[in-house]
Design a protein around this ligand. Structure first.
Ligand code: UD1
Length: 432
């Protein structure tokens, strides 16, 4: 098992280049099942294990997948050989469930395993299923599988989501692209990942309007074609490195940061004392010399609110901010599992219902800690960059799900961080 060892205290300076967005890439990859003709070439695809899992699922369904370099992948879904996605693949990553709608739209039937639980709270798929039912699918759930059938094809429908779910929005949008007639999705998610998936669909020949707003309208077409598409830079990776700059009193240029995607985090960073300046190619984030971090309040909520995925990294930052900060989580009910680990590093942090209350401390101290999900593990590495002494972070398999070369990128801007096999002597590997 691998671990990350950090020795805190170094200011991070220099430039970080963002990889492609994990969440946009996953929604886009699922949509590449739709075109009957032509191949789709995606560039700026992040090299992360969640993308590998999605590619494995697509290959299982018969999509031909070719890598021309580590971030470019060409997919040909001309003939699918299966309409069934097994539990072994879906349990690895729930986003794979979104292959259901596209297979159903093309073949009139699909069988996909139900995703299991998850460490950040219940994550049901009821909106996905209700939406497909509204489009005329007959859904049965048996033996852990969802079987969906629409022998006459899907038809346009008016859909309302009880909560603006990102996954349900992109999934139903993709299915509706090939439905007969007009589909509307009300209370749709407004995340940039939805906008990216709609842009891909439209390039393929779909007619999607309103992505990025609360109401999306999709006029179904008979067929779609393969296209070329570049995945946007990852806004959560941008936020993570922005916190890395602020928590180390550093100065980073984050190449690829898109203002409209990252502003909800930038505003809170500025409230906490950081300086954020955008230009056409990215953003410079720094904690000006002599300035210290100050407490603030954060509410994690759907876009354009503060992203829930940035909630753990931001909590790491606020552990060192003078005063009392409150972080409220409105998307997931159990996304505070990392706080006991931050407390082991000396943070004064506790939870009450769906809020974390953080009283800033002057310093954190390194300790062995373990992340329980992707962003929690990232948060612990960030805390380690600011802590006195050595921090040993477990849970690296989660980090690999969503960050491409996290350690390499941190090292390049001066972090004292190493990834080692557990059992190796960390002190030898972490250069003093
Ligand atoms: C996506 C992101 C994830 C991010 C989340 C919220 C991907 C691959 N992942 O996850 O990084 O944290 O958006 O921004 O894009 N819900 C239901 N029923 C459903 C669907 C969702 O009750 O059928 C609830 C969930 O339990 C959760 C909330 O809606 O409380 C939001 O979930 P959703 O936006 O769907 O998250 P994902 O798309 O799974």
């Amino acid at each position: 098992m691998q671990k990350i060892y950090t020795v805190g205290g170094r200011r991070l300076t220099g430039e970080v280049r963002l990889s492609g967005s994990k969440n946009a890439a996953l929604a886009i990859l699922a949509a590449t099942l739709l075109p009957e003709h032509g191949r789709t070439t995606l560039t700026n695809v992040p090299r992360i294990s969640d993308v590998e899992t999605m590619l494995e699922t697509l290959q299982h369904l018969g999509v031909r997948v070719q890598h021309s370099d580590s971030n470019t992948v060409t997919l040909d879904a001309g003939t699918l050989t299966s309409h069934e996605a097994p539990y072994e693949l879906i349990k690895k990553m729930r986003a794979s469930f979104s292959v259901l709608g596209p297979i159903l739209a093309r073949y009139g039937q699909a069988r996909v395993a139900l995703p299991g639980g998850c460490d950040i709270g219940a994550r049901p798929v009821d909106y996905h299923l209700k939406g497909l039912e509204r489009m005329g699918a007959q859904i049965t759930v048996e033996h852990g599988f969802v079987h969906a059938a629409a022998k006459e094809g899907l038809r346009g429908a008016s859909i309302y989501l009880d909560f603006p779910s990102v996954g349900a929005t992109t999934h139903l949008m993709a299915a509706a692209a090939l439905a007969d007639g007009i589909t509307t999705i009300a209370n749709a998610a407004e995340e940039p990942d939805v906008v990216a998936a709609a842009a891909l669909l439209n390039r393929m020949g779909a007619r999607v309007r309103g992505a990025g707003t609360k109401e999306i309208l999709i006029e179904g077409v008979r067929s779609l074609r393969g296209v070329e598409y570049a995945v946007d830079p990852d806004r959560i990776e941008a936020g993570t490195f922005a916190v890395a700059a602020a928590i180390t009193g550093g100065d980073l240029y984050i190449r690829g940061a898109i203002k409209e995607h990252t502003e909800p985090v930038a505003r809170k960073l500025m409230e906490a004392g950081a300086d954020v300046r955008y230009d056409d190619d990215g953003a410079r984030v720094r904690l000006p010399p002599g300035r210290s971090l100050k407490a603030t309040t954060v509410e994690a909520s759907p876009h354009p609110g503060f992203p829930t995925d940035m909630q753990p990294p931001f909590a790491a930052l606020l552990t060192l901010a003078a005063g009392t900060s409150v972080i409220t989580e409105t998307v997931y009910e159990r996304r505070f599992r990392y706080i006991d680990e931050l407390a082991r590093m000396g943070a004064d942090i506790k939870t009450k219902a769906n809020a974390a209350i953080i009283v800033g401390v002057p310093r954190l101290t390194g300790a062995p800690v373990a992340g329980s999900d992707l962003r929690a593990t990232a948060a612990l590495v960030l805390a380690g960059l600011a802590a006195e002494g050595q921090t040993e972070v477990g849970g690296i398999k989660y980090l690999d799900r969503g960050y491409e070369d996290f350690c390499g990128k941190l090292q390049a801007v001066g972090a004292n961080v190493r990834r080692v096999e557990d059992g190796d002597k960390a002190t030898e590997k972490v250069a003093a």
